[in-house]
Design a protein around this ligand. Structure first.
Ligand code: 13P
Ligand code: SF4
Length: 298
């Protein structure tokens, strides 16, 4: 039996639903029941009727599934698939900064662990960060952990945004140079990038958006050629959504090794042996849920 058939058989047998982020390997996206950006994935987690949710993404994403659907068994095919950006903020550091800025509200990017979410006021994702900063009930906002995202939205909002010194190593390497190398050969290409890229890139790009927003932009644009400034995996769904478009990547190509730790072999083992189960202590989950629900309300 091939990989796809085996996965389909196990999904039925175990009553499992596979959810995957755009940065997953193509083989994984092919067998997923739902693919989306962080905002869509967290919304979808609340509606899954199956007994088991298999989260093909990095650990903080699987944690959100458990926080929002605590009655489900949530599995991640590889426990050590982490996010380097999420590692850059701890709850103690957040509490210390809160003490220094007692008037400020803490807006935590979704790329944080549940313990950090639990000490934050509201969560945001790359799809709604600007809106959350605008709508949160404070003039001063502590935005963490991504400094590039804070700079991008801070400049566009009427608020004082206190940044954090975190960054995603994959997106932070998408400098304007890495785009220009490709743009020189394709001057007619539109440049579309993720807001985790450095300001020199987001300020010059033709469009800035979350992974889903980038996919939609390509599908709906009348333009035929794009340089896509985000992780390479996004091109899989982009090609499906817009098969006739030319899609190029910066040079060098952006790759998130952490996302690629979810392999077909690990996914098979995950379904067969029901490993690795994601657990979030209820007192932490409660705080994280409050901050995520605050985002949904905004
Ligand atoms: P999106 O929410 O845009 O999918 O981004 C998630 C992420 O990890 C970006 O590096
Ligand atoms: Fe984290 Fe960056 Fe990988 Fe996204 S691309 S999961 S922010 S390390």
């Amino acid at each position: 039996m091939g990989f796809r058939e085996e996965i389909e058989r196990l999904k039925k047998e175990k009553d499992a639903f596979i959810i995957a982020h755009y940065y997953q390997r193509e083989e994984i996206q092919e067998v997923a029941d739902f693919i989306g950006d962080s905002l869509e994935l967290s919304r979808r987690c609340k509606e899954i009727p199956n007994k088991i949710i298999v989260f093909c993404g990095v650990y903080f994403m699987a944690e959100i599934a458990k926080v929002l659907a605590p009655e489900k068994k949530v599995l991640i095919p590889y426990r050590n698939a982490g996010c380097i950006l999420a590692d850059m903020a701890t709850p103690d550091e957040v509490l210390e900064l809160k003490r220094k800025h007692p008037e400020a509200k803490v807006v935590a990017y979704v790329n944080t662990y549940a313990e950090v979410k639990a000490v934050s006021d509201v969560i945001c994702t790359s799809a709604n960060a600007g809106e959350v900063i605008e709508k949160v009930d404070a003039h001063e906002v502590i935005f963490l952990p991504d400094g590039n995202l804070a700079a991008y939205h801070g400049k566009r909002s009427g608020k004082r945004v206190i940044p954090w010194a975190g960054y995603c190593p994959v997106h932070n390497r998408i400098t304007w140079d890495t785009i220009e190398r490709v743009k020189k050969r394709h001057p007619d290409a539109l440049v579309i990038v993720h807001p985790e890229c450095p300001p020199e890139t987001t300020e010059r790009a033709d469009f800035v958006g979350s992974t889903s927003q980038l996919v939609r932009f390509v599908a709906e644009s009348s333009h035929g050629k794009f340089i896509v400034g985000t992780e390479k995996g996004t091109l899989y769904m982009m090609r499906k959504a817009a098969p006739d478009k030319t899609l190029l990547l910066p040079d060098p190509e952006p790759l998130c090794d952490q996302m690629k730790m979810i392999t077909p072999e690990r996914l098979l083992r995950c379904l067969k042996e029901e490993v690795y189960e994601v657990e979030v202590p209820e007192e932490v989950a409660e705080g994280a849920r409050r901050a995520i629900e605050a985002m949904f309300r905004l």
